[in-house]
Design a protein around this ligand. Structure first.
Ligand code: AMP
Length: 304
């Protein structure tokens, strides 16, 4: 595996592959690699001739300096793991390469998609930071496909919108969330949890499971009722809820109809660590009880 740091190097390295018609898969990461990242690298390896893993802790998407400072960094370990999972190239640009002096351009997806949930909690600049760096990485590497995790469901939705709106001509591949056997979604931030905080962090996946099961078996018939139940599970685990919402996956807006494809998303704090998780579910639509157009219930704001 080669490690490169500049735009000129990555372009020169990939030129012969591109000319020979070999396909390139990109896996953007902020490092501190775990099995979730490695599943994306393996998916890229299975589908493409050349696999590039980018490693860049993007300051523009952090809204808390303490979070940025505490973010784990170990390039050597990440490089070894990426190589073992099948990466051909580690692209690890310096901050000054990504944001050179005088950098003044921003790429932002507007509207509710970036203003709700994570956008509301972390500020819309969070997603503008993501879309700016993703656009830059796509332009630097020019892959055929880029791989993202469903763990960051809203981010995946925003990136798909970015690529569609700007005709970026790259396939965006979403990969399922990898979890520990306990249900805890793998996250680079889990390394900051103490043993007792890990137990508390199980509140997120358990809250999501409670809501998904209750919606699926008909115990919860109202969105607010389902969200309240999920928040109670978080509180039972001493995880401090920021939000728990049942949303429509396309728009990330509160679900007005508790059938069809739904996404349950949550963010909660466990001690100093902020965690997010989500679960998708599909509830069969009642065939004979169609709601006439114009009689759709109004969207209500999400709980917490
Ligand atoms: P990050 O390094 O946190 O920016 O994540 C890089 C990529 O890995 C993103 O596309 C994430 O959605 C994805 N990812 C993070 N955690 C997981 C997980 N547990 N399962 C699958 N993908 C993940």
């Amino acid at each position: 595996m080669r490690t490169v740091r500049t735009v000129a190097e990555i372009r020169a390295l990939l030129l012969p592959d591109r000319r020979a018609g070999r396909t390139i898969g990109l896996v953007p990461t902020m490092g501190a690699l775990h099995d979730g990242h490695l599943s994306l690298i393996r998916a890229a390896r299975a589908a493409h001739d050349v696999v590039v893993v980018s490693l860049f802790v993007n300051p523009a998407q952090f809204n808390e300096q303490a979070d940025l400072a505490a973010y784990p960094r170990d390039e050597q370990r990440d490089g070894e793991l990426a190589e073992r999972a099948g990466a051909d190239v580690l692209f690890a640009p310096a901050a000054g390469t990504v944001y050179p002096d005088g950098f003044a351009t921003r790429v932002s997806v507007g509207g509710p998609l970036t203003e709700t949930l994570e956008g509301r909690q972390r500020g819309a600049d969070h997603f503008h930071g993501v879309t700016t760096v993703v656009t830059k990485l796509l332009n630097m590497v020019r892959p055929d496909a880029a791989f993202f995790g469903a763990k960051d469901a809203q981010q995946l939705r925003v990136v798909r919108r970015l690529v569609r709106d700007l005709d970026l001509g790259v396939e965006i591949v979403g990969c399922p969330t990898v979890r520990e056997p306990s249900g805890l979604a793998l996250s680079s931030r889990n390394a900051q949890l103490s043993a007792s905080e890990r137990e508390r962090a199980l509140g997120l996946s358990r809250a999501l499971r409670n809501v998904a099961d209750g919606l699926a078996d008909g115990s919860y018939t109202e969105r607010a009722q389902a969200e309240r139940a999920g928040i109670a599970v978080l509180r039972d685990h001493d995880a401090e809820p920021e939000y728990l919402c049942v949303v429509e996956p396309e728009t990330m807006a509160p679900a007005t109809d508790l059938s069809g494809d739904l996404l349950i998303v949550t963010a909660a704090r466990v001690g100093a660590v902020r965690l997010i998780d989500n679960v998708a579910l599909t509830i069969a639509r009642p065939t004979d009880a169609a709601i006439p157009l114009g009689a759709q219930p109004e969207a209500q704001p999400c709980s917490a």
